[in-house]
Design a protein around this ligand. Structure first.
Ligand SMILES: C[S@@+](CC[C@H](N)C(=O)[O-])C[C@H]1O[C@@H](n2cnc3c(N)ncnc32)[C@H](O)[C@@H]1O
Length: 214
């Protein structure tokens, strides 16, 4: 699959890198990055211009060719920005080491979004935030079907247009705190949180056993 992305990297900025419509929405979302940040699927780095200055960001991508093109943009960033080749489905970071994880057109690109989201959940600290800019399957029946049909064609180039990302995020154990529409209900700006660990204190263990935040 990374061969496909190496090939797409050559045309990415021309075909899909236009930030005219989406740029301000991405910038508003990225503004919320705080603490130690993991950015997933940096591609050719078109998103870097929207990063707020002064952050501490590790940005990953599976494709060497994408990362090679992202490098000059990363060098111009006014903050700490490290580029690393890594598969979002198999992160080599320790548990709970990031305060924020950001994705941008990532969940439509990774082969297994469930696994990628479980990995994000693992590396994010309890209470940490997940910021996502993603295109998803529409809940409108006609649009949803149109996206299903489009995916038959786009799948060969690595893009799944019809993923139920909101449901997948919840299934991975996140609490969704905000969803904003950027284009219909297809391109979404999402904020979610990794819930604090829950434990049942000895004093509260009863028939129905309350749980408390720690
Ligand atoms: C549609 S591009 C998104 C690039 C950029 N974030 C944007 O919004 O324009 C998807 C990116 O995901 C990367 N990618 C695909 N599968 C991946 C994986 N398993 N792990 C990490 N990155 C992956 C591709 O190399 C590509 O750069």
């Amino acid at each position: 699959m990374s061969r496909i992305w190496a090939w797409r990297a050559k045309f990415y900025d021309v075909c899909e890198g236009s930030q005219l419509r989406r740029g301000p929405h991405k910038a508003a979302l990225f503004q919320e990055m705080s603490g130690r940040v993991l950015f997933e699927a940096v591609g050719t780095g078109v998103d870097i211009q929207h990063f707020p200055p002064g952050r501490d960001i590790t940005a990953i991508d599976i494709s060497d060719e994408m990362l090679r093109r992202a490098r000059p943009r990363a060098e111009r960033y006014r903050g700490r920005l490290e580029l690393v080749r890594m598969d979002a489905q198999h992160l080599s970071f320790p548990d709970e080491c990031f305060d924020t994880v950001v994705t941008a057109c990532t969940m439509c690109s990774v082969p297994d979004p469930h696994r990628a989201l479980r990995e994000i959940h693992r590396v994010l600290r309890p209470g940490g935030q997940l910021l996502m800019f993603e295109h998803v399957r529409s809940r409108n029946r006609v649009l949803g079907l149109a996206l299903d049909l489009m995916t038959i064609w786009t799948r060969w180039s690595g893009t799944e247009m019809n993923r139920d990302t909101l449901r997948n995020v919840q299934a991975a154990g996140f609490c969704i705190t905000r969803v904003e529409s950027v284009y219909l209900d297809i391109i979404l700006s999402i904020r979610a949180e990794k819930m604090e660990k829950l434990r049942r204190p000895a004093s509260a263990r009863g028939k129905h056993g309350d749980v408390v935040r720690i």
